[in-house]
Design a protein. Structure first.
Ligand SMILES: [Zn+2]
Length: 171
């Protein structure tokens, strides 16, 4: 069974939301058409990925992270009702995986979750996956971006309103 830990100041509703968004991303990325596999070309399932996962939910205004069987999601921006979500300088202007404004704070949180699910999947499976094995496998490198791009296109960007921060606009 997957393990979820929440910090004391995180509500059960916030924890359950992160769990639901994480499972939604996993459900997409394990689809056969994306051809991401385990050892010996073994097909991935949500259960296989989930069962090994340690998911932590915090609210400290810090960054989120993801790696081998691990994800840590900070819900501070979500709790503040922010609908704009930043991305790393390296990718923030990319039309698909860049930063943007979303319909709701939950949709903006989905960007964070998708970003970290991409790290989790990349870290755990790039070595077993034919189309990811070679090339740039650094943490925000080209192969991680390919996984993240799938999640952005199929899930996250459906609720993207525009690619600028409304709070930065001059009246
Ligand atoms: Zn990252």
């Amino acid at each position: 069974m997957g393990l979820i830990y929440k910090s004391k100041n995180v509500t059960t509703a916030e924890r359950d939301l992160v769990k639901r968004l994480t499972k939604q991303c996993l459900k997409e990325i394990v689809k056969s058409k994306w051809e991401i596999t385990g050892p010996r070309s073994e097909k991935l399932t949500v259960a296989k990925v989930w069962d090994k996962l340690y998911l932590k939910v915090k609210c400290r205004g810090q960054s989120s992270s993801g790696g081998k069987n691990y994800m840590c999601i900070d819900v501070s921006q979500y709790r503040k009702g922010r609908t704009f979500q930043h991305e790393y300088a390296r990718i923030k202007n990319d039309p698909i995986i860049g930063e943007g404004t979303f319909a709701t704070p939950e949709d903006a949180l989905m960007l964070i979750v998708a970003h970290e699910v991409a790290h989790l999947i990349h870290y755990n499976y790039f070595i077993y996956t034919r189309w990811l094995r070679d090339g740039d496998n650094t943490p925000h490198g080209k192969n991680w971006q390919k996984i993240y791009r799938i999640l952005r296109r199929e899930i996250v960007n459906k609720n993207m309103v525009r690619d600028v921060d409304p709070e930065k606009k001059v009246a």
